[in-house]
Design a protein around this ligand. Sequence first.
Ligand code: FRU
Length: 613
Amino acid sequence: MNRIRIVIASSLMLATSLLTATVSAADGVEVSHLGVNNTLVRITGAGKYLLLPVQESNDDAKVSILADGKIEKTINVRLAKNKVDYFVPFDLAPYRGHDILLNIVTTQNRSNIREAKDDACWKNLTLADTFDTTNREKYRPVYHHTPLYGWMNDPNGMFYKDGRWHLYYQWNPYGSKWQNMTWGHSSSADLVRWEHHPAAIEANGLGTVFSGSSVVDSANTAGFGSDAVVALYTSADVSQTQSLAHSSDGGMTFEIYPGNPILTLESEARDPNMFWDADNGRWVLSLAHALDHEMLFFTSPDLKEWTLQGSFGKGIGAQDGVWECPDLFRLKVDGSGEEKWVLVCNINPGGPFGGSATQYFTGDFDGKTFIADTDAEGVIPTKWMDYGKDHYATVSWSDAPYNRRVLIGWMSNWQYAGEVPTMQYRSANTLPREAGLFRAPDGQLYLSSEPVAELAALRDKPSVSVRNKTAGGNGRIFPLPQSNGGACEIILGLDSRKADSVNVRISNKAGESVILRYDTKAHTLSFDRRSSGITDFSQDFPTVTSAPTFETDGKLSLRIFIDRSSIEVFGNGGKTVMTNLVFPTEPYSSVSVTANGGNARIENLKIYPIKEL
Ligand code: FRU
């Protein structure tokens, strides 16, 4: 992680003379008020960054950056009105040597210009050579990927090349609420430690940069070189079109293709996701036909010219929200030589517990369209990849080694993602997960997702290690590690054949807790976060989520990952998965196991503190 420090420019001088329109905000920044909603800011001083003061509850101001009178960029920033929540850096380096002017249009209702002049933003505009990204948030996860600062949603364009896992993401570099969509960029050698890089793709005249995918075009089908990484993303303005960008330095920087858009439709479509179809020797692209609640499939010889071949989804599965972020891939069915296709259709809202969630279908792909499996009644069943509330926009890496299918999701929910109690950054990704397919007792194929094996490197020596303990009505209680903000992994094997249900309670001294309840008769596992800590920022947050366990023998093996503001639960080798955010006022400090209606057996319990990364 590159940590850089702010050097706040010296004195904050506000000239109060009413005789001149131009006032000095800080050294080297001149502010001229032109009217109740329009202000010019001229940069006369040195400094790499202009630090923009943000107040999150304020409306967006439209800020156009002019170099020698030419508009270079327009961004939306919640410039501070009566208090500064935090600063975001605007990088002036590209415009140095030119006359730099910001033309700012605000949207507040003002009765006169005096009121506009009083806004906190003007006197706090500051030039600085560095920007401090040291963590300020107690809820920032220790071992999940987060942006250094600013808002993040969907993971985008992930590919593996030359030993590195590249992860791009929907990013707002100018605030911690959704806006100014840009592809942020991180990469990792081990899916555990993430290094942060400069933004990879920024908005241009076709719009901001929405979600998409990347591939390594090793056969040089697109003509950008045999090592080129090619990204397709949605350009979002009044309409949504599909654009191409390519990189010849392994995904560090991208060049936007001048022939964009490469694909247009007459209705809303986004989040292009592509792969090389080796069977048919061409590229396949899945595109979310969002408002029509279907996925479209296109093919191409060269990643530029796309032909519509088929569609899937009208009237099928969950239909209560827009369909977004598709992914289509082939997997081996566990324990057999059989191969099947999986079509991932993220949907928002319409998830099983409200808001956004990841739906998928299993079936076949004939090179043109997807044909879903049906159940015994001939119905195409709705299946969910994760039974928590905070798992969305999940897609997989392309070109992963050893034929691995590694997925990652956005660990939040559109219902409240903008309100969660963090400010420096908003949202983390889920742990990276390895996908598999298994056949359940109902005869259907389901997706399993297990934390990638690399995550075992995070384990410190176990702080608790027990075997064969009986847990009855009074329960057994074990301490949780307190190092690293309580970040830990719990492994718990339960034999619950003689009990009706088992409660696993994760709690702290403030009386806050999460209750996982395994119902041995209903074969379900539920996650109750109604008293987990801070829950009142949204009425949609305090909930109980519930998942099928797919077991038939009253035995459950759990891996529970706690990381300051999230709990991910994986049951029976990834057959049951639940991802939920939690905001305890202090770290959880104990875990207890209590059986109801008979005794249960703790076959094994191990608690691993997470090492400092
Ligand atoms: C899903 C989504 C995508 C879109 C992106 C915009 O969360 O709505 O469909 O490309 O977010 O940030």
